[in-house]
Write a protein that binds this ligand. Structure first.
Ligand SMILES: [Zn+2]
Length: 155
């Protein structure tokens, strides 16, 4: 089964947003507003499920991606990013205080968007089930961004 993330940016521009690492993400988060979102997204402190019709694409700007870039734009066989999560403090996937570790799931599948209504930065990825796709959105919080390497990345 082919699993591909959808292409969230406008193909007319032909230029994908830059790939961000933890440092780049943190800089982005620090520059972003921390105010409560005034738009329809809601707080999104943890990973909120967000159907396509609730996603305000018209005022979202793709500003970066945490996904590994592939020259041909496709996922090489066997190179799917890890499903391992990073929770050294005992948080869980949906915790509002879970670390934002770009090398780990689900951040390694995320694209990064700026909301031009509330000036927040949001992370978004798509979960593929057997018969559904589910868009998940989480607000970026600079305090939670950590540059944690994968356990096998030292090799
Ligand atoms: Zn907003």
């Amino acid at each position: 089964m082919a699993i591909r993330a959808e292409n969230p940016w406008n193909p007319m521009t032909m230029k994908p947003p830059p790939r961000l690492d933890a440092a780049g993400l943190k800089d982005l988060a620090k520059a972003a507003s921390t105010q409560k979102c005034a738009c329809a997204l809601g707080p999104c402190a943890g990973w909120d499920s967000m159907t396509e019709d609730r996603w305000p694409a018209s005022h979202m700007t793709a500003v970066g991606s945490l996904r590994e870039a592939h020259p041909d734009g496709d996922q090489a066989p066997g190179s799917e990013p890890t499903f391992e999560e990073f929770h050294p403090q005992g948080t869980r996937y949906e915790s509002a205080l879970a670390p934002i570790a770009p090398a780990f799931f689900p951040y390694n599948r995320c694209d990064v968007f700026a909301c031009n209504r509330c000036q927040r930065v949001l992370l978004r990825y798509t979960e593929f089930g057997g018969y559904y796709v589910d868009h998940r959105v989480r607000a970026l919080n600079a305090d939670l961004v950590v540059d944690a390497p994968l356990p096998d990345a030292a090799a």
